[in-house]
Design a binder for this molecule. Sequence first.
Ligand SMILES: [Zn+2]
Length: 433
Amino acid sequence: MTAAPPKYRGFHRGIGDVSNSPVLELLVGGEGTETYPRSLHIASADDADTDWNVAASTDPIVYVHSSTTPATDYVSLTHDATNAIINAAGATNLNLQIAGTTVAQVQANALTLPTDDDFIALGASDDFQLLWSDGDASNHAAVIAIGNTSQQIHITDVGAKATDWNISAGTHPELLIHSNTTPATDYIGIGNHDGTDAYVNAAGATNLNLQIGGTTHFQVAANALAHSAANSGAETTLTVTNSSNDASAGAEIGVVAGGASASGDAKFSALETSGHELTLGIDTSASIGVLAMNAALGSADGDAIRITDAAPPVITYNAAHPTGTFDYVCESCGAHGGQMFECCGLVEWHDDVAALAPLLGDIGPGRLTGFEPGVQHLAKLGVMEITPSDHEGEDKNFVGIRLDKAQWFTWSAMQQMYQRIDHLEKRLETVEV
Ligand SMILES: [Zn+2]
């Protein structure tokens, strides 16, 4: 038994909209309880009665078939009460054309604008544009163009997309990336190149951290620039290099304390975290240069060397260490003083000038080794220093002279010589009389 033909099919004079009728309707089967497929196929006359092999559609659907392989290559158009659907069957691309030229293309996994310099635009006046630009003919590149008024592009979470950023319109393009916590006030701004300077702005942040592998290595704070990270087995360095070799090339690291009235000093510090610290700088309150074995400059016991800003500068060594005089010396430990004292070894009166004789006799054209008896004697007195090299493989001693103590030793020797001369002069007077 064959099904009854649909009530309406084909062109129809429609008068449903009394204010706008009649209209031409093109009807497909399926009125009321009819079960005819609601399809309209547009095909070449040669393809009449092709088995189209498409499922019956609940909603009216128009198929436009190719002439080449009409059963499988077609585009359909329908509305399922939720979505409007254009289906390109057997096609690689769904092309949208203007004047016969494809300006946009829907692919299985892409939505493209295939022509260079065409752009995706957002905003009533194409305010935001995304394009593949051939502006540089030799190096085509992706370009994001933002509105001339705002000059800003914001990256934020979807929940904050409607935030009032409350940021004044910029003069130069800027990328702003917001926090999820307080997006309106916490963000990093990059750009704003004003033709002279470029900026990275950490708004609402305590620090601007520069990381490698997720670890902060460099930190910019309002009043500090710090590098701090563990670096096992290697040295961490800060290097300023001017690789030029021309006549005026140089390199400098500076520390500046503003004004003579400032209480803070301009200084460099070398700190061993167990507590030893060497500081070099300007003691601002005293207007002097200082090398100190201390965190602060200007201390009576911390300053090792002071340098005035006279021209030429005057250098002063800290001589307050209780070196004593060298009249009596312990032969065992080298302790010394102006009076006889008891010590770990034999203490005897000591001829300072005679003690210098072997040292001066030791000095030859070669480097002192520290094994010279005269040098070892003065090292025992604390006037010189003999210390093995701290470098593995360097089989040498550091041989040094302690200038402040050497000065005391020399004065002590002069005093002894004066006493002798004075004694001899008095005896000479007696002989002459
Ligand atoms: Zn002793």
